[in-house]
Ligand binder design. Sequence first.
Ligand code: NAP
Length: 281
Amino acid sequence: MVRRLFGPAKREVAVIGQGTWEMESHDRGAVIAALRRGIDLGMTHIDTAEMYGSGIVEKWIGEAITGRREKVFLVSKVLPQNASRKGTVDACEKSLARLKTEYLDCYLLHWPGRHPLKQTIEAFEELQRAGKIRSWGVSNFDVSDLEAAWKIAGAGRLACNQVLYHLKERAIEHAVIPWCERHDVAVVAYSPFGSGHFPELRTQGGRVLQEIADARGATARQVALRFLVHRPSLFAIPKAVNEAHQVENAGAAKVVLTAADLARIDQAFPRGPRRRKLPVL
Ligand code: NAP
């Protein structure tokens, strides 16, 4: 697995990790086995949230990482409605209890909400001082939200921004990624396969991916994932319960794409104009 520095968190993190949204709709044993297999394959960056299955997913992750906690870069998220100063601390403690761990590697605000951001950031700082989180970040933040966070927290505090990014949704390339790169903030691509809308082989884009995959001894999904993380600020967190999918996704880190491959993908999946609002799922 390829690892790289995760913004200012001073940690080397796997470029391909594991998403866990909606895992509660699968069999518990299958989910735990898939997460463990993913860790063994090097996908040690595990993304979750208090929202996922209303805490069920965090509990299952707690079981999956028992005995392997030190290998994992564990990320969870507080819901915006809980993100007051006290609410954030309480939510984190509940997540830690469900995850059966003493600390999170990174704790995120799931999306901007009604509580003043200053309160949430103060809670994150308090949690970090107490050793309950090792870093903190945000999710679904556009440039104006990022600027606001930066103004409150100062340099070197914000570890990451987790945002929607896949081949058919490249809007963050206009301003969000450049802002994060200028400020040394990691960018985590969520729904990297379009959450069930991966380009099909019968489409022109799907054929381009397959041709590149054939030339590189890879699969179309591996080529797509590799494209998404080709910039050094980027990480991706595909969700997979199926074991063959886990193996395929982990293998993406090894795929080597040439400048010509990147240019072909860029052309086949144009990033389109800058949006007025940050796309979210
Ligand atoms: P995704 O990762 O784009 O796609 C997941 C789907 O793709 C699942 O149906 C999975 O099937 C399938 N899949 C995975 N690998 C595959 C492969 N190699 N071949 C064929 N199918 C494959 O969707 P996502 O769950 O929306 O996004 C990933 C993660 O991002 C989430 O789980 C969550 O952790 C995070 N996320 C964050 C936010 C946010 O607001 N911060 C929003 C959405 C998502 P199987 O499960 O059957 O293997």
